[in-house]
Design a protein around this ligand. Structure first.
Ligand SMILES: Nc1ncnc2c1ncn2[C@@H]1O[C@H](COP(=O)(O)OP(=O)(O)OP(=O)(O)O)[C@@H](O)[C@H]1O
Length: 619
């Protein structure tokens, strides 16, 4: 696999060593998860580390006592046997207790990390969230969150118990032949570099794979999500999408196989070296027994000590290696958790009510987009007024609302709230005063209560307020018909869910906005899925609700906006016309052209006028 400079930098030795600097954080994370369980796990691991050598010594005593039973009597054998049996049982119990506590700890740890990731995700700005690098980091963090920190902990623990076993087993051998212990400890280090390299490569493959993995996830999402199902079925995209998914998977498999092969080859070489060393040392021990230097029980103890030292020093090395690899992955988790949350507000003024909104020469470019989505936009609106924003697709209408709601805050010019720059207010506080229905509103596959109550989470269980919002959105008869009223599950994803139509979902989203006692109500294409009658009701309610508040709506239906106090016509991010309907019609500009064109497109102009005359009460 060819590596570029960036790849080499990521997996350089220096970087791996640096990644150990996250250990204090990992330990803090483990400690904060459940320190009592952590201490218990550490203590049991230590005991587990010592127990093999104790068992070995007790076995040696038992065999030697059998050899000399004729001089010492059966009681000696019995005592040695009971000791061995009791300790074996204790060590088994230690193992069981350890796996019990570990299994609980693992669940707690995974949950803690997932929570951290979720909390971080929602704290990000929309700009960061839409960034594909951030999405990659998020995916990597999510992928690794479940198991890496726990593996690190397990690895650390088995290192502790491995070191204890190794020291005690090697000490037995040092007494016999010091050089045997030395060789056994040294040999695994010879494999260190090869396995480190393979581990680095493995990380690199996983790291570079993230964008493709997200794509694979997306293919599978397209095929398994109910919202896409109809279209996938209708256009018979299933086979094509499965093929795309498979192609990606085949690529992953090839890479994984090449790493597995490298590991296998290195494993065979080092296993052979180990076997030769092992056999040679066994011969030395057997020969010592043959010349009566050691007793038969000691032969058993030494041969086991050789195997133990060898396997422990080997697993010590592979433990260190996988720690390096886990570190590289975990670093990505911390990189995500450390992503800076953009907070440019220094002065946090309190806001009691939004009375006026003024855009002054506001221009804005999306990140990675050289073209201005908004250019020198200026307007002012005050309480009790409604403003309609119209314009072609992509003219910047939604972007305008994204700036007002501070989903993006790095715009040029300024937005004034009650005459004070929007940058002086806390974003959360400001949003508390606004209710928005975006074009791509969320369809929460939850109960009707939550779908509406999410507009004001503190009032979720105030059914009277929820029902008010339901009435305002004109879905009272729909809610009445639901089997459990407000507490009916809606959507198709979960059990007993009642599916709604597109327009009904939209009205639920509108009820959600009405649920909020806001000073500014923003509806982005509120009528896109509504039939004319529903649209009429919604607009009527909207105008009622606005009363002394500010109402902004974006629409493509010119006929439905003509009673707005301000009409803003945008084109390519610029305000090209601004005024009341009559004024704009008199101007004979783009607005009047578009209005007339749309009116002509309706099969019955009279009917249309009749319908919208009702909205204004001018019939
Ligand atoms: N998240 C984004 N990142 C980059 N560019 C974007 C993003 N969202 C919108 N744009 C671009 O900004 C411009 C304005 O988009 P916006 O969504 O504000 O248009 P709109 O007037 O609301 O359109 P529509 O009527 O289709 O809803 C478009 O050219 C669009 O491609």
């Amino acid at each position: 696999m060819a590596m570029n400079e960036e790849d080499l930098r990521i997996i350089s030795m220096d970087n791996i060593i640096k990644s150990f600097r996250y250990w204090p954080r990992i330990i803090r994370l483990l400690w904060n998860t459940d320190w009592k369980k952590l201490i218990a796990i550490m203590s049991l691991n230590l005991l587990q580390g010592i127990s093999p050598v104790i068992i070995l010594i007790l076995t040696k005593d038992l065999i030697n006592s059998i050899t000399y039973s004729w001089t010492k009597g059966f009681n000696v054998i019995l005592r040695a046997f009971i000791l061995l049996a009791v300790f074996t049982i204790i060590s088994q119990l230690i193992g069981l207790a350890l796996s019990y506590i570990e299994s609980l700890f693992k669940v707690l740890l995974t949950n803690r990390i997932n929570r951290l990731i979720m909390e971080k995700s929602v704290s990000l700005s929309l700009k960061d969230f839409e960034n594909s690098d951030v999405q990659d980091a998020l995916k990597l963090a999510q992928n690794e969150a479940g198991h890496r920190p726990y593996q690190i902990m397990q690895q650390m623990m088995s290192l502790i118990s491995g070191i204890v076993t190794l020291i005690s087993a090697a000490s037995m051998l040092i007494i016999f032949r010091w050089w045997m212990a030395f060789i056994l400890l040294i040999i695994p280090f010879t494999s260190f570099y090869s396995f480190l390299r393979i581990g680095q490569l493995d990380f690199l493959i996983q790291y570079n794979r993230i964008p493709k993995m997200r794509k694979a996830w997306y293919y599978s999402f397209l095929m398994t999500n109910d919202k896409n199902f109809k279209e996938v079925k209708l256009y018979q995209l299933g086979k094509y999408l499965v093929k795309c998914y498979n192609n990606l998977f085949r690529g992953f498999y090839k890479e994984d196989r090449s790493i597995a092969k490298k590991r296998l080859k290195a494993g065979i070489v080092f296993q052979l070296i180990n076997m030769v060393v092992n056999v040679t040392m066994m011969l030395v021990v057997i020969r010592a027994a043959f010349v009566r230097e050691i007793e038969i029980g000691t032969v058993v103890a030494f041969t086991q000590a050789i195997t133990m030292t060898q396997s422990n020093s080997q697993s010590l090395i592979s433990g260190i290696l996988s720690l390096c690899q886990h570190n590289l992955f975990l670093k990505q988790l911390f990189i995500f958790l450390d992503l800076k949350v953009n907070k440019c507000h220094k002065v946090n003024r309190d806001i009691t009510r939004i009375e006026t909104i003024e855009f002054k020469n506001v221009s804005f470019k999306y990140p990675d987009n050289s073209k201005y989505a908004l250019h020198n936009v200026s307007f002012k609106i005050k309480s009790g007024e409604t403003m309609a924003i119209v314009g072609r697709n992509g003219s910047g209408k939604t972007t305008l609302m994204k700036l007002l709601t501070q989903l993006y805050d790095d715009f040029e010019g300024d937005i004034f709230i009650n005459g004070v720059s929007i940058r002086s207010f806390d974003q959360e506080d400001l949003r508390n005063h606004m209710a928005v229905v975006f074009q791509d509103f969320v369809q929460y596959e939850l109960s009707m209560r939550l779908n509406i109550g999410f507009g004001n989470v503190n009032r979720i269980y105030h059914s009277d307020e929820l029902l008010d919002a339901v009435r305002s959105a004109g879905i009272d008869s729909l809610v009445e018909e639901l089997p459990k009223g407000l507490d009916t599950q809606i959507g198709r994803l979960f059990e007993h869910g009642c599916q709604l139509s597109g327009g009904q979902w939209q009205r639920v989203a509108i009820a959600r906005a009405f649920m909020r006692k806001a000073d500014v109500y923003i509806l982005d294409e509120p009528s896109s899925m509504l039939d004319p009658e529903s649209e009429l009701q919604v607009f009527e309610k909207f105008r009622e609700l606005i009363n002394k508040n500010i109402g902004i709506f974006i629409s493509h239906r010119y006929t439905s906006i003509k009673y707005a106090d301000h009409i803003l016509l945008l084109d390519e991010g610029k305000v090209i016309e601004h005024g009341k309907h009559n004024e704009l019609m008199k101007n004979n500009g783009m607005y009047s052209y578009l209005y007339n064109m749309q009116l002509a497109a309706y099969s019955s102009n009279d009917k249309e006028d009749e319908v919208y005359g009702m909205v204004s009460g001018n019939r």
